[in-house]
Design a protein around this ligand. Structure first.
Ligand SMILES: Cc1cc2nc3c(=O)[nH]c(=O)nc-3n(C[C@H](O)[C@H](O)[C@H](O)COP(=O)(O)OP(=O)(O)OC[C@H]3O[C@@H](n4cnc5c(N)ncnc54)[C@H](O)[C@@H]3O)c2cc1C
Length: 470
């Protein structure tokens, strides 16, 4: 049984562990076991929670056994895919952590242009397998993010304006529901569940594998950042707003407002300088891309232009060094309409007040194919938003006072939020029910509530951006 004495860490006794072990192929870790400390750690070093047991699943049978075990004992249960959720819902205090990270299988079907991947796979692994056949689908912009959480919340990235969100490219999912039953969901099978899985999926079960549609991409793309001084940001952003508005779908851009990182691709004299970078990825014909990008590259006085033909895989890993595991992170994010002059001024002035060389703000350019999918087709919402801004405070464990960094993020966010039509669920922290509602809007939230009441009325899957059925 699970016991908790005098506020001490809950323990699962040996008999109980033996029973679970009999039904389990993967590793089961309690706090004193070798590997426990590493297994409980996730990307955000600010999260420090200690589950009573970590069930490192080797396959679907383990996932079912773990769900039944947690359900029968009414254990607080968390689900870990890639471990990148900023609010740390992948790990729980004192309960059961169902860890999918050992499940790393990927099978690409080059003829049908599809791939099936298990839920512990990371984007870098997925991209490497699909690029072997000259294929890709919309994925995250950092290789060590998990496919699971990202896909289930929607999924935005460098290919989204050409191919839609990651969830738009989902063909089917295998799911273990809150009763430990195994289901498949697709447009033909359990279609309402499949609708919810594409934007609010963490609420309805544990996906054990994903089947994706792939597209010919690369191996070369025309991509990279062009850096301007932050003091030029108001003019650069006004130009960018008008230029990017008519860009073809093959182009996705992301603004980065920060102090230039000490990255090997930047000359040392730029390190630490406040910058406004337009990061680009053109996935179509390179010659045409050079024409499309020409006005941006001829505008103003860039500090450095690093746009060049390079491999899709190299571009996918470009941002990895700036967001390592173990640093401490706090995010505030919202969707935005067309950038007004006032919003641009706010972005420039708050970026000038940044409190850390590690912190940064990203502004994703939405639209294109993502914006043309019907608003009711998936749970992923706000398809008419033009941008998504994600303001990230970053500090390290030895900086004892995160308060100034967090305050900077909140103030910056407060200036933009009044203009916002909603928020992208995967960029939410631990912000409460109202913000989860804002991620879907009232009508979709009601539809999701009905689905939750059907598939998980007891809210067993509640450590997530929760659709609370009670
Ligand atoms: C460095 C970084 C870069 C990012 N870049 C992007 C980006 O480019 N585009 C984008 O859209 N998002 C991006 N994100 C946000 C990302 O989509 C979310 O953090 C997402 O939750 C990550 O998924 P994960 O599996 O790694 O996370 P986890 O923390 O493992 O999972 C988050 C939650 O998802 C649920 N979950 C996980 N796996 C499953 C499963 N198999 N079945 C059911 N529920 C599950 C659980 O509730 C879990 O608590 C980024 C995040 C980080 C930290």
């Amino acid at each position: 049984m699970v016991t908790q004495m005098n506020g001490a860490e809950p323990r699962i006794d040996d008999d109980e562990m033996e029973r679970l072990r009999g039904a389990f192929r993967g590793q089961l870790l309690r706090p004193d076991d070798p590997g426990y400390e590493e297994a409980r750690r996730i990307w955000n070093g600010a999260i420090d929670r200690r589950p009573a047991v970590i069930a490192r699943c080797a396959g679907v049978a383990d996932v079912r056994a773990a769900v039944r075990y947690g359900r029968e004992r009414d254990l607080l249960t968390s689900v870990r895919g890639g471990g990148h959720g900023v609010s740390g819902t992948a790990v729980c205090e004192g309960g059961l952590m169902i860890d999918l990270s050992p499940m790393r299988g990927i099978r690409v079907d080059p003829e049908r242009r599809t791939a099936r991947a298990q839920s512990g796979v990371l984007w870098g692994e997925f991209d490497q397998e699909t690029q072997e056949f000259g294929l890709a689908t919309t994925g995250g912009i950092v290789t060590h993010t998990g496919i699971a959480g990202l896909t289930l919340g929607g999924g935005i990235g460098w290919l989204m304006r050409r191919f839609g969100t990651t969830a738009d490219n989902l063909l089917s999912v295998d799911v273990v529901n809150a009763d430990g039953e195994f289901l498949t969901a697709s447009v033909d099978e359990n279609p309402e569940l499949f609708w919810g899985m594409r934007g609010a999926g963490a609420n309805f079960g544990i996906v054990t594998s994903f089947e994706y549609r792939l597209h010919p991409v690369g191996p070369q793309v025309l991509a990279g950042p062009i850096f301007f001084a932050l003091e030029d940001a108001p003019e650069v952003l006004r130009f960018y707003r008008d230029w990017a508005e008519d860009a073809p779908d093959e182009l996705t851009t992301i603004l980065s407002l920060r102090k230039a990182p000490p990255a090997p691709y930047l000359p040392p004299e730029l390190h630490g300088i406040p910058v406004c970078a337009v990061m680009t990825c053109w996935s179509g014909d390179i010659e045409r891309g050079l024409e499309v990008l020409r006005p941006l590259r001829e505008f103003g006085t860039p500090l450095i232009d690093l746009i060049q033909p390079k491999s899709y895989l190299a571009n996918q890993s470009m941002l990895d060094p700036g967001v390592p595991h173990g640093w401490h992170y706090y995010w505030k994010s919202c969707d935005l309409p067309r950038l007004s002059d006032g919003m641009i001024e706010d972005m420039a002035s708050h970026s000038a007040a940044i409190t850390s060389g590690r912190s940064y703000t990203l502004v994703f350019q939405l639209g294109g194919a993502l914006g043309r999918v019907g608003e009711d087709d998936t749970a992923f919402a706000h398809r008419d938003a033009r941008h998504n801004v994600n303001i990230n405070a970053v500090w390290t464990a030895d900086e004892h006072d995160p308060a100034p960094h967090v305050a900077w993020t909140r103030q910056f966010f407060s200036s933009l939020e009044p203009h916002s039509p909603g928020v992208y669920v995967n960029f939410l922290g631990d912000e409460g029910e109202e913000r989860v509602r804002a991620a879907y809007g009232p009508a979709k939230y009601e539809r999701l509530l009905a689905l939750k009441r059907r598939y998980d009325p007891d809210n067993f899957f509640r450590l997530n951006q929760n659709i609370n059925p009670n």
